[in-house]
Design a protein around this ligand. Structure first.
Ligand code: PDD
Length: 289
């Protein structure tokens, strides 16, 4: 069973889906999107993803189709795939004559891509991954707001390619003064003295839905979770580190590449006990979410 796409009012095979070249999503990255997964066939935390989509669109003064229409399209696409899915909901500002002025756009275009879910290899969860702190900086406040999940992800593309060149699984971006912000497509957590620490939104980062649920899940099992400024060296001294995102969930981190190519080991070099407990508590919430 292959990938399916809801586009122009119905679900078709992904290979047959087409977007016009005059679509502003293609021309300018003038679009917003969300990525989520299904659990037991149900889209996980769909309400929160749609809320964030609406927030992204509002910050770009972009109109969205009716919420109910997005929900229907999402469920139709998932239903057509018929197995656990990776789901990407995209809304572009629409098509129009070439020109930056957003009033040239006709109407928002909704595309929902659903494809069979492929999770990261089990070994990555078992053994942990490496992060590289990269030169690409997270957007500064006053530029494109990091809270906007837009179709313009070039910063993150540059960041992940630098990380992969350094042999790391994920990139960590700092803000313009060098504080840790987030990964190219994930949020960051450190465990210090039994408490979770994650950079505050004021540093400039996307408020991950997994981040929010991980903090809540941690508190439910008696682990404090604080928003605190973190610097690269804080990771080296952390007991445990992990990253979060909707598809990956909680991914343990055991090495961070700063200056030395071989990187620095975090804790004892193995995924830690608090990461495991928090990951389990998060999964319990996500399964019913
Ligand atoms: N990315 N930070 C950035 C920059 C992201 O792109 C993402 C998600 C996250 C984690 O957010 P959430 O927990 O809501 O998935 C943080 C998705 C997975 C993507 O673009 O594929």
């Amino acid at each position: 069973m292959g990938a399916k796409v809801w586009i122009d009012g119905g679900v078709i095979d992904a290979a047959a889906a087409r977007v016009p070249v005059f679509d502003r999503g293609f021309l300018y990255g003038d679009s917003v999107y969300e990525v989520l997964r299904t659990f037991g066939g149900r889209p996980c935390f769909l309400d929160e993803h749609l809320e964030r989509l609406a927030g992204s669109a509002a910050r770009l003064q972009m109109a969205l189709p009716e919420r109910a229409a997005i929900v229907r399209a999402t469920l139709d696409a998932i239903g057509a795939v018929g197995v656990e899915c990776y789901v990407r909901i995209v809304v572009t500002r629409g098509s129009g004559p070439i020109g930056l002025d957003p009033s040239l756009a006709d109407e928002p275009r909704l595309v929902v891509l659903a494809q069979p879910l492929v999770l990261p290899d089990e070994a990555l969860y078992r053994d942990g991954v490496a992060l590289a702190i990269v030169g690409a900086r997270r957007n500064a406040p006053g530029t494109l707001d990091p809270q906007v999940k837009s179709g313009n992800y070039l910063n993150s593309v540059l960041a992940i390619s630098e990380a992969r060149r350094k042999g790391a699984y994920e990139a960590l971006m700092c803000d313009t003064v060098g504080r840790l912000a987030e990964g190219s497509s994930s949020n960051l957590f450190a465990v210090r003295a039994g408490r979770l620490a994650t950079p505050p939104l004021s540093v400039g980062l996307l408020e991950g839905i997994t981040r929010r649920h991980v903090m809540a899940a941690a508190r439910r099992i008696g682990v404090s979770a604080d928003e605190v400024q973190l610097w690269p060296l804080d990771l080296v001294h952390a007991d445990e580190v992990f990253i979060t995102s909707s598809v990956r969930g909680v991914m343990p981190v055991v090495r961070v590449v700063l200056d030395r190519p071989e990187g620095e080991t975090i804790g004892d070099g193995h995924p830690g006990p608090i990461t495991r407990r928090v990951a389990d508590a998060y999964l319990d919430a996500a399964r019913v979410g």
